[in-house]
Design a protein around this ligand. Structure first.
Ligand code: ZN
Length: 328
């Protein structure tokens, strides 16, 4: 009898010390700050690796997952998310993910990843962030009235693959704080599915961040009060969901994912004059050449706003300040 008890005790002690050192390791590798204040993290496992398509999704995952997650962003900031292809080293990193968060529309590389995970027979949880979000059509993907010749052109732009359908869905879902809230909820559900033990911790983080997003939305509404129906021009049409939320009207300079032609530019100058547009918004991931030409033509200026910044709330506050200042 005694002989059996002793090895069991040894196993228990060894097990306990592994548990304790496991906790310390998790603390050391903590690349994320903890947002939880009441619920304790349980379990001694390695952080959950979550691969995401674009930077703002990583922010949402870290806000909900706190110290339990490690994020890998498939499209680094500075790269054009619509055409980006990961390097072999990045492929290796992303392959380790337990959860993959896609944008769900307009990102061709995501299909490659979903196929890859499926062919690896991995149990990676794939979450489509567009689910539950009311998708809208992408601006700049329509025929301009009176314009000719576009039908004959090759559709090489914005992953336009739907047999000549010029009405693509807008993938920039995260630029609306209310969409961000839906994404946060989806992330929470995914993390609970993978790690039900820490449900209370995730719930607490989620609730705190949802509150911050609500406060952000209120601030933006206050800043943009009286700006409803105002028109703004942007080189790459990233701000459609933002515009829809706050009653603004976005005009895309880029047409079907391409630089505007000389004729398009002439039309845009007329449109800007007619709509009283003085500022052309641009983002670092795209060329600003035609935006500058356009700004010069209308005697306006080019202003940078970043839809892919990491610190979502701070960035959206500064973006809305810029919009408020420039929509006159
Ligand atoms: Zn885009």
């Amino acid at each position: 009898m005694k002989l059996k008890i002793i090895p069991l005790l040894v196993i228990l002690i060894v097990g306990l010390s592994i548990f304790v050192s496991g906790c310390t390791d998790a603390g050391d590798s903590g690349n994320n700050r903890s947002t939880g204040q009441g619920a304790e993290i349980s379990g001694n496992e390695e952080p959950i690796i979550v691969a995401v398509s674009v930077v703002p999704q990583a922010e949402f995952v870290e806000k909900v997952g706190g110290d339990r997650v490690k994020t890998v962003v498939i499209v680094p900031s500075g790269a054009d998310p619509h055409t980006y292809e990961p390097s072999p080293k990045e492929v290796k990193e992303i392959s380790k993910a337990s959860m993959l968060l896609t944008v769900g529309v307009g990102m061709p590389f995501e299909e490659v990843w979903i196929d890859r995970f499926e062919s690896m027979n991995s149990d990676t949880l794939i979450i489509n962030c567009s689910e539950g979000i009311e998708l809208k059509k992408l601006e700049g993907y329509h025929h301009h009235e009176g314009e000719e010749g576009h039908d004959e052109e090759l559709e090489t732009g914005h992953e336009n693959k739907s047999e000549g359908n010029h009405e693509e869905l807008d993938p920039h879902i995260w630029t609306s704080p209310s969409n961000a809230k839906i994404m946060v909820e989806e992330i929470y559900e995914g993390l609970v599915e993978l790690d039900p033990e820490n449900e209370a911790y995730y719930a607490q983080n989620r609730d705190a961040y949802l509150e911050e997003l609500d406060a952000l939305d209120t601030r933006i509404r206050e800043k943009l009060e009286g700006k409803e129906e105002k028109n703004f021009m942007v080189y790459h049409p990233s701000w459609g969901y933002f515009a829809a939320d706050y009653g603004l009207n976005m005009i895309s300079v880029e047409i079907e994912g391409k630089e505007p032609s000389a004729q398009d530019l002439t039309e845009l100058v007329d449109l800007a004059t007619e709509k009283d547009v003085k500022v052309i918004f641009v983002q670092a991931q795209f060329s600003t050449r035609s935006a500058e030409v356009l700004a010069q033509e209308i005697g306006g200026e080019v202003v940078a706003v970043d839809p892919l910044a990491k610190n979502y709330i701070e960035n959206m506050d500064s973006v809305s300040d810029i919009f408020a200042r420039n929509l006159v």
